[in-house]
Design a protein around this ligand. Structure first.
Ligand SMILES: NC(=O)c1ccc[n+]([C@@H]2O[C@H](COP(=O)([O-])OP(=O)(O)OC[C@H]3O[C@@H](n4cnc5c(N)ncnc54)[C@H](O)[C@@H]3O)[C@@H](O)[C@H]2O)c1
Length: 406
């Protein structure tokens, strides 16, 4: 039986996917409310295909509890934020979860860490916890790192089709866990050592962050000298070896805006490009805010409460708001002792910020200036409703005349 620890954006779909492929799974989360919701037959976030997967897994016998189980395989999928000052990974959730696993697991157990960690974290923080509990690693207990690559919005498909990396001390243990993942994963599964697996995951997200930062920097240069960044990127990408990403209002979520900092924190004198790239991306919400003021000035607008931000989540068509550019922009605005921007997101049902709307038409009635922060399908399908308004399109999706860009 597999005990999945942590039933958030990653742990829940992983547990459901295994269960739906006839693996015996118990999901454990210390958040009682979350476990109660799952036990009432409801999923805890919106994701394409998740409800169907949930029904299938429940029919196949998955159970949800706050209790850690006594079993031979654990998959730990708890948060790994970064420390805002040191920039290093904060391993405290992983350490706490492994400590709790140690209290119940028998000899012969395999502990799989799925959480993203910086290279060396398992050596420095997880192995000591296991040793302190009296286990000899490789003899009484096996340790594996299986980082996750799925993207919110397409998690179910990517769980099935992405390639995966398994890091283990021992090849045979790695192959055994690779087989477990192969119960549902149709991608290639590479077995390597733990530190390599840790590094690959962080490097993948860092690659994305640096490339996004390059596009964002181009947008700033082009804005400064009145060039069309989208046209320039389009033409450059016709070169056979150039593939520039699109600029945007910033980066959010639990991965690309977080993991590259681990390398900056651990290798401050070496990770210079990464450091600069992260600062560039983190500076984009402020850049957008300045664009808003600039455009208001140009249009002779003085009332910020007639400006509305469309989108609160960190990417399109999901309900995850963690580290989102819109939240960063609102924070920045508050730091400058200004408030009043209106906000709307079709995926965010609860009130989480001031001046938040829950219905597109009412939101649009109350604003003259719309900033497209997130390219949800809803706004793509309702673009005609923006006619006559001032529009700052941070994603270059609006074809109405007179639209402003970042
Ligand atoms: N969200 C993503 O897109 C994504 C993608 C790839 C990898 N990751 C990585 O996966 C890991 C999990 O991220 P997430 O987005 O699922 O986080 P999350 O915050 O959505 O979920 C984590 C869950 O773990 C639970 N939890 C925390 N400590 C616990 C403990 N000691 N015992 C039991 N439950 C505990 C929390 O209650 C929460 O429900 C992170 O390391 C993240 O970097 C995330």
């Amino acid at each position: 039986m597999i005990n999945v620890i942590g039933l958030g954006y990653i742990g829940l779909p992983t547990a459901l996917m295994m269960a739906s492929h006839s693996v015996e799974v118990v999901g454990t989360d210390y958040n009682r409310e979350l476990v109660d919701t799952l036990n009432q037959g409801k999923t805890t976030f919106k994701e394409k295909g998740l409800d169907e997967l949930f029904s299938d897994a429940v029919a196949k016998g998955i159970r949800f509890t706050t209790e850690y189980q006594k079993t031979d395989t654990y998959i730990v999928s708890v948060p790994t934020p970064y420390d805002k000052f040191s920039k290093k990974v904060d391993p405290s959730y992983v350490v706490a979860a492994v400590k709790d696993v140690m209290k119940v697991c028998p000899k012969g157990t395999t502990v799989v860490i799925e959480s993203t960690v910086s290279p060396g974290t398992i050596e420095k923080f997880v192995r000591p916890v296991i040793r302190e509990a009296g286990f000899v690693i490789g003899q009484d207990l096996n340790l594996v790192h299986a980082p996750e690559r799925i993207i919110p919005g397409n998690m179910v498909y990517e769980l099935l089709h992405n390639n995966r990396t398994i890091g283990a001390d021992d090849r045979e243990v790695g192959e055994r866990i690779a087989k477990l993942y192969a119960s549902f994963c149709q991608g290639e599964i590479v077995v390597t050592d733990i530190k390599t697996a840790e590094m690959t995951k962080v490097v993948e997200n860092t690659f994305r962050a640096v490339n996004i930062a390059f596009a964002n920097e181009l947008a700033k240069i082009c804005r400064h000298d009145n060039m069309d960044v989208y046209e320039i990127i389009r033409i450059c990408n016709m070169h056979p070896r150039v593939s520039i990403l699109q600029p945007g209002p910033g980066v959010g979520g639990h991965c690309i805006s977080v993991d590259p900092w681990f390398l900056v924190g651990d290798y401050p004198s070496l990770a210079k490009v990464i450091d600069e790239a992260m600062r560039t991306n983190d500076g984009m919400p402020d850049f957008v805010l300045n664009r808003i003021y600039e455009i208001m000035n140009e249009k002779g607008m003085t009332d910020i409460s007639r400006v509305g931000l469309y989108g609160l989540t960190y990417k399109e068509n999901v309900d995850d708001m963690r580290e989102s550019p819109t939240l960063q922009l609102l924070e920045s605005q508050e730091r400058h002792l200004a408030t009043g921007l209106k906000v709307y997101d079709p995926f965010v049902e609860k009130d989480v910020v001031k001046n938040q709307y829950h219905e597109l038409d009412t939101f649009l009635q109350d604003v003259d200036f719309v900033v497209i922060m997130v390219k949800h399908n809803e706004i793509r399908e309702n673009m005609d409703k923006l006619a006559g308004k001032v529009v700052l399109d941070c994603h270059n999706i609006c074809e109405l005349p007179g639209v402003y860009h970042i």
